[in-house]
Ligand binder design. Structure first.
Ligand SMILES: Nc1ncnc2c1ncn2[C@@H]1O[C@H](COP(=O)(O)OP(=O)(O)OP(=O)(O)O)[C@@H](O)[C@H]1O
Ligand SMILES: [Mg+2]
Length: 1193
């Protein structure tokens, strides 16, 4: 077994969740197909409270006569979107199937519910409506309103159309076909009710222990006081129509509660209070009409016993009381001669005739009232939008057999015959015929076709029962008795049928559901069902518009045509119903009544067996077993399932070019349905088992699911790419913007120099951003170096806009001033010089000079490429220092002083010294010095780039984002030469290199090759040759890369040096020195730190601790990895401009150690250790200005 084919792991809890079913839930699975076996199965299930059983798609429902708790919202929900076999049989499954098929196949559906009176048809119909209302979509108020109205029709029409009979306490006394209209989305938009033949005879009399329509008891028992006063309403015992049959109450029926429900339903439907008043007025009229009694007068004619009653009826009908009296006791007869109207006579009525006339009026009013209610309900439920499909639910009065059966029973049983006919047509006959037509292999199955019985009743020639009745009415219309006799004679014509028997004023019809004997007496009259002209005139004379509306007939029109009889009407509507049902896809519910006693425990085998037989369940199972559960035209099948084959669909589109039949075959093959499971007919595809069609439906669902997943995945991918690109654009924009700001600020610096000062090549090529605070003075963390500087500067909460290590010209006692490392801090308000030193192992900071920004007069610089600055101050000593970022400092000072502080350029700059004496700083050109040299207040400097040279803005590459560049940890690591971090400061340190070579990423991350490190020309100090203007020009061109650094003249290398002094290895890649020992120099550079090795250990050493050795020891390969740069601790600014961020230190301990090992601020005696080189520029200064010209202290 392949992995995919492994069955799903069984769920042990399955058995506990589901109720154990008795018998078989689908009787096509019965091992023996006999009526007895079916009966036995139904019995087992009935006793196990499993009232529903399938025969394929037909639901058999046995009335439980008790509440089984199986219609809860949870149960309802559980059937939603499930196929029939997934859950135990249920009326909800039938509703679900109809609803889903309507949407899936765009076909109208109908649910035909049949069975005897009291078998549970009305209950089933209500459950179907409830289910559809619950599962159909639509949140709009109009759809919700329609749903509410559809459900409200049940209590309303049950009150007016149902009554307690011997068979059923809530027996439907009319037929009802409710069609729910749906829009294309499967939302209910409207509904229509078709009403079939109300048993109006019940209004005027019922057999013993039956009741009138429920509404009369509800009204009489629970009418409001207003109605009682207005319409003279009394209890049901006060009216003959409600009390004569001796049954006022029904077990389990609460008339008072039901009346409230009826009124509520009227409100939901939108029946106005005025209309409700009129409805009640009509009900009261009928009740009071029943109480009109007659006595025989002297002439033997009838006389009204109590004229007060007729007077009250006249008040209720809003007519002339005399007219009521007249209508009650006489009848108007019009003679006709030769088809022309003759004289009109008032013929007095005997008591029997008077009673019949009175009842005729009551029946007419109630029948019209009922039809008006149905019409009014239909008006309220009129479709709100275009209706695309319909689900019809047919709940008709059930087949009934009483001791005395009359015209009503004949009509009811006739309609049931017609329904059985539909069932036979569609499930037994049509199915078999279809197999033949479609050339499907088939063995015919015998069944009883009740068409002969339908014909017996409705056929015209030879005359059937209805035709005989109509003939009798036509010939003997004046006298009912004569008409009945005439009917007896005419019915002899039906005797040829073996389903008909005529005897002693009765006739028997052998219906599909049993033999029923009908009494001929009164039949013709009931069939004639003609409204008396007197009644019509009476109602038309009413000043009550509602009553007039119930009788819309035009009295002036005198049609010669015979009005349709009751049998005509029932025949027409039954056939219309059949046509309607045949146009929809039917679902069947066949209800079975288990006993005659409404008992929840009794299962009457004989009765049930009888029903099983006449319902044809056995044949139903046989045909079902032999046949195919599903058939569909090729076109519809393809339309539904073309998605399942790659040959017929691509990306949801239909791509098949052949015919539908071939497409069906292709789909069935591609979906892996076994050939025994399907057959192809001439126009339809047949599938044997329902499970197969459900499997196809599942595949179809999976297809949508997969497609949805694909679309979601594509969408997610699209969104990811979109977001990523948006991020890139945003990042680029932010960087660009920062770059633009940088460019602007740098341009400002260039402008301020204004062609007055030669430029260092590095300055114009370097694209570092003007970060300003290189000493992290703005870092507020406690006890950091920035914090201590801040404290020392006393700047409080002010932000440092510029801070950097500088070489400040420090006056010395009796000696010339000397540049010493100091820290410069500039805020918006002040400029401050701070000294940082270690005293007893502790770092101390002290402000050595301070001036308000407002006191700065200008900044003076030489016209050459050196970094010396004189800050001229108002009335205090000027500040003189060498600063690597002079352009930036100038830009900042100009900025914060709003342009006031400007640059003065002069090769001789006068300044006030500590004693406010004017002294001079001179600048001379000396091409032999590579770096500016300060000696005796004169700075010697070689030529730089021409004064007008501008930063290479066009080549601006956005700097790394601030977050990346200024991360303190990174900076601090690099500052102290941690090997793992060294590549980054190295790159920052050599922007030219970085830009020109643009090595691939991987290469960049590797440690720089030694050769590169050995090129001091890459460092800022070495990158200051003078350039021709042509070179500068080309460097300015945006596209051209900056010129490579000039080659450094090869120095004769003496690789072995002897240590003059001890030097302690402070870690961070340094190598300790022992005085007198010889060290091999691996790399020399201008920083004052050389890379040396001894005994296989490599490290950085201060070059001025060494003396060259005449003989070099044999060179060994370094055992340890090469450290690319010396520890950078210096006066805080890092070793050059690009590395300024390295001013941050890891810890104060490191700082202390570093400070302890660096140059003291005082001059070192020659017999003392030389200073540890502070930074590349330091050794440019003479160690000592011996010729002191002025004493500063
Ligand atoms: N599923 C059910 N669960 C519980 N009780 C039911 C169920 N179906 C029917 N009944 C009971 O049986 C009674 C008769 O059912 P119902 O009125 O539906 O019969 P019917 O077939 O419509 O009869 P008729 O042809 O006389 O109108 C109901 O009033 C109810 O008490
Ligand atoms: Mg019913």
């Amino acid at each position: 077994m392949t992995r995919e084919a492994r069955p799903k792991k069984a769920d042990w809890s399955e058995g506990t969740a589901r109720k154990k079913q008795a018998g078989v839930s689908d009787m096509t699975m019965l091992s023996k197909i006999t009526n007895e076996a079916i009966n036995e199965n139904l019995k087992m299930r009935f006793h196990n409270a499993d009232i529903y059983t399938y025969i394929g798609n037909v639901l058999i429902s046995v009335n439980p006569f008790k509440d089984l708790g199986i219609y809860t919202p949870e149960v309802l929900k559980s059937y939603e979107n499930k196929n029939r076999m997934e859950l135990p049989p249920h009326v909800y499954a039938i509703a679900e199937g109809a609803f889903r098929n309507m949407i899936a196949y765009s076909e109208n559906q109908c649910v035909i519910i049949s069975g005897e009176s009291g078998a549970g048809k009305t209950e089933a119909a209500k459950k179907i409506m409830e289910y559809i209302a619950a599962v159909s979509g639509g949140n709009s108020s109009s759809i919700k309103e329609i749903k509410r109205m559809v459900l409200a029709t049940n209590p309303l029409l049950e009150s007016f159309g149902c009554a307690k009979t011997l068979r059923n306490n809530n027996s439907s006394r009319h037929g009802k076909y409710l069609e729910i209209q749906f829009n294309a989305g499967g939302e209910p938009v409207g509904a229509i009710i078709t009403n079939y033949l109300l048993e109006k005879g019940r209004v005027v009399g019922q057999i013993r222990n039956e009741r009138n329509f429920h509404i009369f008891y509800q009204f009489a028992k629970a009418a409001s006081q207003e109605y009682r006063d207005k319409y003279g309403v009394l209890g049901p015992e006060s009216y003959l129509y409600t009390s004569a049959a001796g049954c006022l109450d029904v077990p389990n029926i609460d008339d008072t509660k039901d009346y409230a429900d009826t009124i509520k339903a009227m409100d939901v439907i939108g029946i106005t209070p005025a209309e409700q008043d009129d409805i009640h007025r009509m009900l009261a009229t009928i009740l009071w009409l029943g109480n009109v009694q007659f006595v025989e007068n002297d002439e033997g004619n009838s006389q009204i016993t109590d004229p007060n009653i007729t007077q009250f009826i006249a008040y209720l009908l809003e007519v002339n009381p005399e007219m009521v009296d007249k209508v009650m006791v006489s009848r108007t007869i019009e003679t006709s001669r030769g088809g022309r109207r003759g004289s009109v006579y008032d013929v007095p009525l005997n008591i029997a005739q008077a009673q019949s006339t009175r009842d005729g009026l009551s029946k007419a009013i109630y029948d019209r009232l009922f039809n008006w209610i149905v019409m009014r309900v239909n008006k309220a439920m009129q479709a709100r939008a275009e209706s695309n499909y319909i689900i019809g639910v047919l709940d008709i009065y059930g087949f009934e057999i009483f001791e005395q059966n009359s015209f009503e029973q004949l009509c009811i049983n006739y309609v049931n015959e017609k329904l059985q006919q539909i069932f036979i047509e569609l499930t037994l006959k049509a199915e078999q015929e279809e197999y033949v037509r479609e050339q499907i292999k088939w063995t015919p199955i015998d069944y009883f076709n009740n068409k002969v019985v339908c014909d017996l009743i409705e056929i015209k020639r030879p005359p059937g029962v209805f035709a005989a009745m109509n003939d009798a009415c036509a010939t003997a219309h004046a006298d009912p008795k004569a008409a009945d006799q005439s009917l007896s004679q005419r019915l002899t014509a039906c005797s040829h049928s073996r389903h008909f028997e005529l005897f002693d004023g009765n006739f028997t019809i052998k219906h599909y559901a049993g033999d029923v004997t009908y009494s001929i007496s009164g039949m013709t009259d009931k069939n004639k069902d003609q409204l008396m002209r007197d009644h019509l005139e009476l109602c038309k004379s009413s000043s009550n518009g509602f009553l007039q509306g119930l009788f819309p007939e035009d009295l002036t029109q005198d049609s010669k045509k015979r009005p349709p009889t009751a049998s005509d009407r029932i025949k027409i509507s039954a056939n219309e119903l059949v046509t309607k049902l045949m146009q929809s896809q039917p679902s069947y519910i066949r209800t079975i009544k288990p006993n005659e006693n409404k008992s929840p425990s009794e299962f009457d085998d004989k009765r049930v067996l009888h029903q099983v037989k006449y319902l044809g369940l056995c044949e139903n199972i046989r045909i079902r077993r032999a046949g195919f559960a599903y058939r569909q035209t090729f076109e519809k099948f393809v339309e539904r399932f073309y998605l399942l084959s790659p040959q017929t669909s691509y990306a949801g589109d239909f791509i098949w070019t052949g015919d539908s039949k071939a497409a069906c075959i292709q789909i069935l093959k591609d979906t892996g349905i076994g050939p025994e499971e399907w057959q192809i007919g001439t126009t339809k595809t047949f599938i044997r088992h329902p499970e197969t069609i459900w499997a196809l439906e599942n595949q179809r669902e999976q297809y949508w699911y997969n497609m949805a997943q694909r679309i979601q995945a594509a969408w997610r991918q699209y969104m990811a790419v979109k977001n990523e690109n948006a991020g890139k654009i945003q990042r680029a924009w932010r960087q660009k913007r920062k770059a633009f700001e940088l460019i602007k600020f740098r341009e400002k610096g260039d402008e301020l120099l204004n062609g007055k000062k030669e430029r260092r090549r590095y300055s114009v090529c370097n694209l570092r951003s003007f970060n300003g605070d290189y000493l992290y003075v703005n870092d507020n963390s406690n006890q950091t170096r920035g914090y201590l500087l801040r404290e020392a500067a006393g700047i409080g909460n002010q932000q440092a806009i510029f801070s950097l290590g500088i070489d400040f010209l420090v006056p010395r006692s009796m000696r010339s001033a000397r540049p010493m490392p100091r820290q410069l801090v500039v805020t918006n308000d002040q400029i401050c010089i701070i000294e940082e030193k270690v005293v007893d192992g502790l770092i101390q900071h002290a402000t050595v000079a301070k001036a308000p920004i407002a006191s700065i007069k200008d900044l003076a610089m030489s016209p050459f490429q050196d970094g010396w600055i004189v800050v001229h101050l108002e009335s205090q000593p000027d500040l003189v220092f060498n600063c690597d970022f002079k352009t930036e400092l100038l830009a900042w000072l100009n900025n914060i002083s709003h342009g006031r502080v400007r640059l003065q350029v002069n090769s001789v700059i006068a300044y006030h010294n500590k004693n406010m004496k004017t002294t001079q700083l001179k600048f001379v050109k000396n091409e032999s010095v590579q770096q500016p040299v300060f000696e005796k207040k004169t700075v010697q400097v070689c030529s730089g780039l021409p004064a007008g040279t501008r930063s290479q803005i066009a080549q601006v590459k956005p700097p790394p984002s601030a977050a990346r560049v200024s991360r303190p940890q990174q900076v601090s690591d690099s500052a102290y030469g941690h090997p793992q971090q060294q590549s980054q400061p190295q790159q920052q340190r050599h922007p030219l290199n970085q830009q020109q070579q643009s090595p691939p990423r991987q290469q960049q991350q590797q440690p720089p090759p030694r050769q590169q490190q050995q090129q001091p020309s890459h460092s800022m100090a070495a990158a200051r040759p003078s350039y021709s203007s042509a070179q500068s020009e080309s460097a300015r061109r945006p596209s051209a890369p900056p010129p490579p650094p000039p080659p450094v003249a090869e120095e004769p290398q003496n690789l072995c040096h002897k240590a003059l002094f001890d030097f302690k290895d402070t870690g961070d890649g340094m190598l300790g020195l022992e005085a007198g020992k010889t060290y091999e120099i691996l790399e020399k550079n201008g920083t004052g730190w050389w890379l040396a090795t001894r005994g296989g250990v490599e490290g950085w050493i201060p070059s001025n601790y060494l003396n060259p050795e005449p003989e070099a020891p044999s060179r060994q390969s370094p055992a340890a990895p090469v450290l690319p740069r010396p520890p950078a601790l210096r006066n805080g600014s890092g070793t050059n401009g690009a590395g300024t961020e390295s001013g941050q230190v890891d810890s104060m301990a490191q700082l202390a150690a570093a400070l302890a090992s660096r140059s003291p601020t005082t001059a070192t005696p020659t017999n003392q250790k030389p200073n540890v080189p502070a930074r590349p520029g330091m050794n440019r200064f003479a160690q000592e200005d011996s010729d002191e010209e002025e004493a500063w202290e």
